[in-house]
Design a protein around this ligand. Structure first.
Ligand code: AKB
Length: 337
């Protein structure tokens, strides 16, 4: 008999590590994790980890013969800055990888006559605000507004969202009254800030980089202008959003893709908070025109009313709490070691 498992792709990434930790702490049944990199040893001991590529079809053929996936958290992706340097690789991982897993989940749902839940983090990168004036005039777009991404990653994520809806509602052109097989649920993350890991390859990375550099006594040259504003979230809230959305009763969900956010700050507001806690911090600005263009295309904030209404989204960390109670104390401890 195949063993029931929760599959987490991209498990060695920032969100992946935090999610694995949380699910393992909750005593969640069998976690099968996948990444091209190994997991840190303390996490590796708590799961069955496979070092492999989501594009490796023969690996998945083997996995589906051994495991029945009840949930798939598909976190593997190349982020926005990295994807601009390697657009073909980004398309392979972000689109082909997602498509392959959706197909696998839909097939498995059909065989078992039980829907597989597919949880997919999308991103604020699906928005494209076009001009700074427009960004200022439309600070809190709804899910369906300004979906004009200017990055390969944003295009890939928007298409991933669309494919998820397709596989849930239209795959095989099932009639409305036929049971839906795949249960695709998606949140759009803002920039994420973790106390325990440093991001790589993203464009919102200046927030966490500034803080981690200051805690290590290193100077930091911020790659966007001081007035650049986008939404952010502390990592524990990002993990809560995934598990909370997964736990929500299906009938409560009026959408499949939800905007979520916690707080919006300009780069200078982040720098001010960093200096408050680390008065020696040396923060300068050296805007990189390409990365600046990307951040300028993202909204200042997003409208997350639907997530709040449908599944009780309510971030625990506003900017004050995020810095004072989560980020700074944990980052201090981390670098003191
Ligand atoms: C990135 O900067 O690419 C990501 C994101 C906002 O999705 N952090």
């Amino acid at each position: 008999m195949r063993r029931k498992a929760i599959l987490i792709t991209g498990a060695a990434g920032e969100v992946g590590q935090a999610l694995v930790q949380q699910l393992a702490d909750q005593g969640t049944d069998f976690l099968l994790t996948l990444d091209v990199r190994p997991l840190p040893p303390e996490l590796d001991a708590r799961v069955t980890h496979i070092v492999g590529d989501i594009l490796d079809h023969s690996l998945f053929d083997r996995l589906v013969s051994e495991y029945e996936f009840t949930h798939i958290y598909h976190l593997a992706a190349l982020l926005s800055t990295r994807a601009e340097y390697t657009p073909m690789a980004a398309h392979h991982v972000n689109v082909d990888g997602t498509m392959h897993l959706l197909q696998l989940a839909a097939d498995q749902s059909e065989w078992e006559r039980k829907s597989v839940m597919f949880i997919y983090p999308s991103s604020v990168a699906v928005f494209g605000m076009q001009t700074l004036e427009n960004k200022a005039n439309h600070p809190r777009p709804q899910e369906w507004e300004w979906n004009y991404p200017i990055t390969m990653y944003g295009c890939n994520k928007l298409y991933g969202e669309t494919l998820g809806v397709y596989y849930t509602k239209h795959y095989k052109q099932l009639a409305e009254d036929e049971p839906t097989m795949l249960d695709f649920r998606c949140v759009r993350f803002p920039g994420l800030i973790s106390a325990f890991t440093v991001p790589s390859g993203g464009t919102s990375d200046y927030g966490p980089e500034m803080l981690h550099a200051a805690a290590q006594g290193k100077p930091y040259a911020c790659f966007v202008r001081p007035d650049s504003a986008i939404p952010f979230m502390a990592m524990p809230d990002a993990i809560t959003s995934l598990t909370q959305l997964a736990a929500a009763p299906r009938e409560k969900l009026t959408r499949q893709t939800y905007n979520i956010t916690a707080f919006s700050l300009t780069a200078e507001e982040i720098a001010e908070r960093v200096r408050r806690h680390f008065p020696q911090a040396e923060i300068t600005y050296e805007p990189d025109l390409k990365r600046q263009r990307i951040v300028d295309s993202w909204p200042i904030d997003v409208n997350d009313d639907a997530a709040r209404r449908d599944w009780g989204w309510n971030p625990a960390y506003d900017a004050e709490r995020a810095f004072d109670e989560y980020l700074v104390p944990n980052i201090r401890k981390r670098y003191q070691k």
